[in-house]
Write a protein that binds this ligand. Structure first.
Ligand code: PEP
Ligand code: MG
Length: 877
């Protein structure tokens, strides 16, 4: 049987969303509910996919079906394409499975040509309306189908207005509209070397193809990547009989939400314009009126609309965003969909609808986007101020939030200026662990290089600081203390603002407002906690971050990156002494200095986490990260260390590695310097003993995690260093405190041999950052440079460092989890890479049965909700 590619609205319903797209399915559903919907048909998403499969042509089969349905539409409406008596005009609109507002294209008034315009003028007795519709159609067709610039059309309108000495579009007469039509056609011909198509069927087929094409325009591709929408979903196309809001004073058009999308207030919210077409409301040429005022202007239509709103909301059990048109006093519904809303509104609506008995708490949980919660946790820009500001460049939205401050170029400067009470934005080529304090005191971090898991991005998210990374348009001139972007120069001390949620950078100060957490938020999160199967831990390296994470609901720490503690105060000195040590004695002396400092750090974290589990990961980065790079600093360090500059330079050059991320790091450091593992173990165990002693009601059991393990023998070797040290300390203290030694699974070999590794490892934590890096063979710091080309070539759709690659890396995780549990059935399994805070990745982690995810403090609420949604979805599946 031949595939059915076209459906009349009365052949479908809301359940056919995948095939008919959101708009088509909802138009069908509204028709089914007996609501006034202009007739039409939907060309399916499968037709769009076939269009691409066939090399971007609409096959004869599909064209034939479209023509067949056009005839059906003509029968239903009693109108005909190109007819001199009763011409049919249609709109052609995109409609994907997931709503993608404004991402794809729409064409209105299709079917007009000279003859039809004349007929409409006569029939409606409104010549101005006929030619206004005609000129709008030419504009839209030229823009959407032929890619001509909109600007020239606007200029032509301005020229005609200027000739006539008028200001307002409404003052344009029927004759002016006719002039515009002619001028537009002339421009079309001169630009394209062909006449504007007069045959409505040609117009329609070209428009349908343009909508298919718009599925792959740049902004649609970007939107899909941001919102996790696969490119193989395709878009449907809706062809619908036009009804006119611009045919006179008893006509109008508007958009409305069943509840306030900004606050969630349960009150109809929207605007309308009389004698106007849809785009006028959106374009802001005329100021629309509040929806309440429709009651006075068109009372019957208003009452009917209010009734439909309430029906739709009850039917869809969600806040609706609707478009309507009134033609000669009669109401028509053109669209309904679940309305986009702010996080605050989302929570209020979810809670209110539960209280109203409209939805269950499970349905409420599914109604809020986890990612959205983020905006409730960070300060935000004042909306109006943001709209008025100019974007100077745009890059990766690495860590959300609103940052506004004066430019500084180094971490030291950041600290100095912040000490003086100034607000600063740290602008760096890229950041390194040394910058951490400077980052912590900055309002935001802007980097020229680096992707979503670059140091700056990871650390900023950890601190809840806003960060925009990879702003490649910026030309840095650190020496002069300035940078140039898009022709403008910004100097040290100039004000800029960065929006970590959009990646936009602004060349001025923009006012911010602190975030507010309402009561609905707490109530909602309690529902999520009751429902989720996965535990949520946090990645935190300081008591402050740990405390913040607990406030956000973290149930433990899944990853303490101990190296992050090495950069504060005296610790960096001691670790540098360790690195330059020339013999065992010097090495031990340095480690002896470090141990009590580490112990104090761990005590702080245990105190902050009270009795919650804490996984401490041993030293991981290559040691070169701890030594300075610029000659001034090297000189200073040599003095401090009491060695010659030449000697220090030698040490530094010995540390040089061609590929440090695959070099001397992780547990490899302990194999070559066993003292490090011993020192860290002593610090962990003594800290836990001390804190347990202070709080006899607590029962802390340290979890020690060894990084970058690739083989059982390697794990055994390092584990022995740990257990010998720990057992000796416990024995001496006469303590029976339990502790656990586990490993990260971040080298593919460890995943492949997980059953063996599990003989020694008591738990696994998947380090999905490194596991992704090593599975793809992509450097996590450099992939941002070439991934955009992969998106453009449709090889990959997402950054695998941000969203877990379920097919490849995910397969390794699932396999390793199963292998591990074969050896050790009750083994605790978690994820502590960046993916631990990403909703799509969390859903996968839930599906494969891990125990917890661990993410930066500011993503904890997101992970809690995503985990609840994962449980609900995976139960259904
Ligand atoms: C990882 O590799 O996923 C991980 C958590 O460790 P790090 O990011 O510190 O390498
Ligand atoms: Mg790692």
């Amino acid at each position: 049987m031949e595939t059915k590619y076209v459906y009349l609205f009365n052949e479908g319903d809301a359940n056919m969303r995948n095939l008919l797209g959101g708009k088509g399915a909802n138009l069908a559903e509204m028709s089914k509910l007996g609501m006034p919907v202009p007739n039409g048909f939907t060309i399916t998403t499968e037709a769009c996919n076939k269009y691409y499969d066939d090399g971007e042509v609409i096959s004869d089969e599909i064209q034939a079906q479209i023509m067949e349905y056009l005839e059906k539409l003509e029968e239903e409406t009693g109108k005909k394409f190109g007819d001199q008596e009763n011409p049919l005009l249609v709109s052609v609109r995109s409609g994907a499975r997931a709503s993608m507002p404004g991402m794809m294209d729409t064409i209105l008034n299709l079917g007009i040509n000279d003859v039809v315009a004349n007929t409409i003028a006569e029939k409606s007795g409104n010549e101005r309306f006929a030619y206004d519709s005609y000129r709008r159609f030419i504009q839209m067709f030229a823009d959407v189908v032929k890619g001509l610039s909109k600007k020239r059309f606007e200029e032509i309108i301005d020229e005609v207005k200027a000739e006539r000495g008028i200001k307002d579009d409404l003052e344009l007469t029927a004759d002016d509209m006719k002039t515009l039509v002619e001028k537009f056609k002339e421009f079309y011909r001169s630009e394209l070397g062909e006449d504007f198509p007069t045959d409505p069927k040609t117009q329609m087929m070209e428009a349908i193809e343009a909508v298919f094409r718009s599925w792959n325009n740049e902004r649609a591709i970007y939107y899909r990547r941001m919102n996790d929408i696969p490119s193989n979903w395709g878009t449907a196309v809706n062809v619908q009989m036009m009804v006119f809001g611009n045919m006179g004073e008893d006509c109008g058009t508007g958009v409305a939400f069943t509840r306030n999308p900004a606050t969630g207030e349960n009150k109809l919210y929207g605007e309308f314009l009389m004698n106007a077409q849809g785009e006028d409301v959106v374009a802001g040429v005329r100021t629309p009126k509040k929806i309440d005022q429709l009651k006075e202007v068109s009372p019957t239509a208003y009452d009917q609309f209010v009734e439909i709103c309430s029906k739709l909301e009850n039917h869809y059990k969600n806040m609706q965003d609707m478009e309507f048109t009134i033609e000669n006093g009669k109401l028509f519904m053109l669209q309904t969909r679940n309305g986009k809303r702010t996080a605050q509104a989302a929570l209020k609506i979810a809670c209110d609808m539960v209280d109203e008995g409209l939805i269950s708490t499970d349905e409420a949980l599914m109604m809020v986007e986890p990612q959205q919660l983020d905006s409730l946790l960070h300060p935000t820009f004042a909306k109006e101020a943001l709209e008025a500001a100019e974007v100077i460049t745009s890059a990766l939205p690495a860590s959300p939030g609103a940052g506004c401050g004066q430019i500084v170029f180094t971490a030291e400067e950041a600290k100095e200026e912040a000490d003086k009470g100034k607000k600063v934005i740290l602008v760096r080529l890229e950041t390194s662990p040394e910058d951490i304090e400077g980052m912590a005191v900055s309002q935001g971090i802007l980097t020229v290089r680096g992707g979503m898991t670059s140091h700056a991005a990871v650390v900023a998210r950890g601190m809840g600081a806003c960060c925009v990374s990879g702003a490649g348009d910026i030309e840095m001139n650190e020496e002069e203390g300035s940078f140039k972007v898009n022709g403008k120069t910004f100097k040290r001390g100039d004000w800029i603002s960065i929006d970590g949620s959009t990646g936009n950078v602004y060349g001025e100060a923009i006012e911010t407002v602190p975030a507010e957490i309402s009561g609905d938020f707490e109530r909602f999160m309690e529902w999520a906690d009751k429902r989720r199967r996965l535990k949520v831990r946090t990645n935190a390296d300081t008591p402050k971050d740990a405390k913040q994470a607990v406030d956000f609901g973290a149930e433990g720490i899944g990853l303490v990156r101990t190296e992050h503690m090495f950069f504060e105060g005296d610790k960096i000195k001691a670790i540098r002494e360790m690195i330059v040590a020339k013999n065992d004695d010097q090495m031990q002396a340095a480690l002896d200095k470090l141990e009590p400092m580490q112990q104090k750090d761990f005590e702080g974290i245990y105190e902050a986490m009270e009795e919650r589990p804490v996984t401490i990961r041993y030293l991981d980065p290559p040691l070169h990260e701890f030594v300075p790079t610029n000659p001034e600093d090297i000189k200073e360090l040599a003095n401090e260390m009491n060695i010659s500059e030449a000697e220090l330079n030698q040490v530094i050059s010995n540390l040089h590695e061609v590929n440090p991320m695959m070099g001397h790091r992780g547990s490899r450091l302990d194999v070559s310097n066993p003292g490090i593992a011993k020192m860290q173990t002593a610090a962990v165990i003594k800290a836990a003993l001390n804190v347990n002693k202070k709080h006899p009601e607590w029962n802390i059991e340290p979890e020690i995690m060894l990084p970058l393990i690739g083989d059982l023998a390697e794990l055994k070797y390092v584990k022995k260093l740990v257990t010998e040290t720990a057992d000796a300390i416990l024995k001496e203290a006469g303590s029976d405190m339990k502790y656990h030694v586990g490993t990260m699974i971040e080298v593919p070999r460890a995943a492949l041999l997980a059953d063996e590794i599990a003989e020694e490892a008591e738990f696994f934590s998947f380090g999905t950052n490194d596991l992704t890096q090593l599975t793809f063979g992509f450097s996590r710091d450099d992939a941002g440079k070439f991934l955009p080309q992969y998106y453009a070539a449709k090889i990959y759709e997402n950054d695998p460092f941000a969203r877990l690659d379920q097919n490849g890396v995910g397969k390794l995780i699932e396999m390793a989890a199963n292998l591990g549990r074969k050896t050790r059935p009750d083994m605790k399994l978690g994820v502590c890479g960046e993916h631990g805070g990403d909703p799509a990745s969390i859903e996968f982690v839930d599906k494969v049965g891990l125990n917890y995810v661990s993410c930066s403090p500011f993503r904890v609420p997101i992970a809690r909700l995503a985990a609840a949604q994962a449980t609900i979805k995976n139960e259904k599946a």
